[in-house]
Design a protein around this ligand. Sequence first.
Ligand code: ADP
Ligand code: MG
Length: 705
Amino acid sequence: MDLLKSVSSLNRVGAAVAKKLNKIGIHTIGDLIYYFPFRYDDYQGVLTTKELKEGMMVSVRAKVELIANRRSFKTRKIMTEALISDDAGSLRIIWFNQPYVIKNIKPGDTFLFTGVVKTDMLGPQLIAPSYERVVDTENVLSAKLVPIYYLTAGLSQKYLRFIIKQSLADIQNLSDYLPTEILEEYDLLPLDLAIKGIHLPDSQNDLVNSQKRLKFDELFQIYLKTELSRQKRQQQKAPRVEFKESKIKELVKQLPFDLTKAQKLATWEILKDLEKASPMNRLLSGDVGSGKTVVAAVNMYCTVLNGFQSVMMAPTEILAKQHFESLKKLLGKNLNIALLTRSQFFGIVNNETIEFKKKDLINAICDGQFDIIIGTHALLSEKINLNKLALVVIDEQHRFGVQQRKLIKEKITGLDGLSAHFLSMTATPIPRSLALTIYGDLDLSVIDEMPVGRKAVTTRLVESFNRQKAYDFISEQVKKGRQAFVVCPLILPTNNLDNELGDQMVFFDSINEKKSVMKEYEFLSKQIFPNFKVGYLHGKMPSKEKDFVMQKFKNGELDILISTAVVEVGVDIPNASVMMIEGAERFGLAQLHQFRGRVGRASHQSYCLLFTTNEASGTTLDRLKFFEKNNSGFSLAEKDLETRGPGEVYGNTQSGQDTWKTAGPTDPELVKIARKSASNIVLKLEKYPFIIEKINDFIAGNHWE
Ligand code: ADP
Ligand code: MG
């Protein structure tokens, strides 16, 4: 079976349809058979016309052949008689005194009839059944579970089923890359049966087994891939960074605060990794404000004490600057630190900050004059030799795309023949189960505790009639010297297409109520807060301008900042005490939590006020109420995962897994067996050429091949 063959090779797939199929990601036969239904209509209680017995209450799904009214000889009453048929045979129906039925039921259409069976000399008959038209199941009339696919304009369920069925015709020729011993060990269906079963399940049981096999495949391939990269990494050599105990203890003692237990543990885990001869690949995950920077700083310091260099990458100029300043405070007395971004060229030498010309700074860095180099991805485009590099720290790593992260690894090379240690940091809380899947080749350290004395941010879902009160409250806070954020889901009002929700561009529907940055800016700066300094920020502004506005807010030159989700990145503005979020229902809980983390970074009480587009109800209300009461990023992430699924929450940018064809790592038992089999197989992979081939394709991005 040739999975690479174009869908155009199928019957009744012309150029126009092929284009529509491409739109939903279907180019080849392989894409098509891996285009799984997202749900099934359940007709399992439905009988065929041959299964009926006297007196039963039944449902039958069948096509109407004939229907007509006539008058009874004896009673003179009107009777409606119909003949219906399914794959098993045909059946008579009769209604009394309901002549209008023939207006609703037309020959050729398919209906679900539910009524009582009565048998006469001619056989069984349905008496006065209720009826419900069934659309689009003509070609799956006998199916108990009818697959329903996501569609695009101009494609119908019926048509999609038709071409999928066509491409499944020789599915038995699909070779299975998994050997029978694995199938037997974990009780898995062969691939061809699973693919057939997910599209055209014979029974609930068949569906469950098919789904199990296909979910297993998806997880198994991910785990195998990560096992392989772990193996490869362990063969690489990295510079050994010795733990310099006394100096490190001295540094920790000098900090203006005590490290939390979680910070100490994470620091220790990283120090242990640095001592190894193979490169570290560790993710440090901790809520906003949990103090990841200092953990990184201690480890960078240790690296330098060993005579090596360290690089810290930040996703934005302003964050890079912020790190430069905090590292100056923490380490500036002892180390030389450089800052290189698109527009900033600074160095700290002997505890003094000096502005450099770009060329000079690059030369000085290449010359080995700096112990720590802080930069943005601008660093990647320069030709920089760091021949004593031992540790790379990537802050807010989820802000770097998969490609960028790859580039960092390729571009930033370590000592001769050695690879640097990598520490990634993220404030996106990731439930452990999921972290294993999407970050399987990373070891995980978690800071699950906040520094003492941090006040929880008071969070309130505000009803629209209290909006003015919220504005009054913001005024009070500003008069006290505090600052406020207002986050809106969009840049411009909805009739304009330049909208933004986080990183994604989204085109919203017609209701023009969703708050946009520009409209709110107009409104708030002129009508509500005419006496305050109000600024705005959104992702469409040139990054120089963004940084400029952010810096102004940081310096206290703005009282109120109206922004899109771009403000999410970890900039520290301790003086801000109010985070007001418009259209809160539009954001995931983890993202709302990131916003909330922008405030409450100093000793004063801070507030997070949520507004919804329409009055919140149902699940929206539940979610936001949960958020109101819950201050732990991890439980919010779990909730997100539960209500929105892994694809929605952690999708493409983070996992490198574009989409989940199946439900993803939601079934703990399956996660367990898929991991177990992957780690078993990896030890004797040479015995399984088909698996090797499959996994190479998977790594290359052709997940189904
Ligand atoms: P994040 O984990 O979000 O990157 P930061 O590293 O920026 O957090 O830390 C947030 C703030 O908390 C900083 O001002 C930092 O100095 C402070 N901080 C870090 N650790 C502690 C601690 N153990 N006790 C008190 N304050 C701390
Ligand atoms: Mg940070």
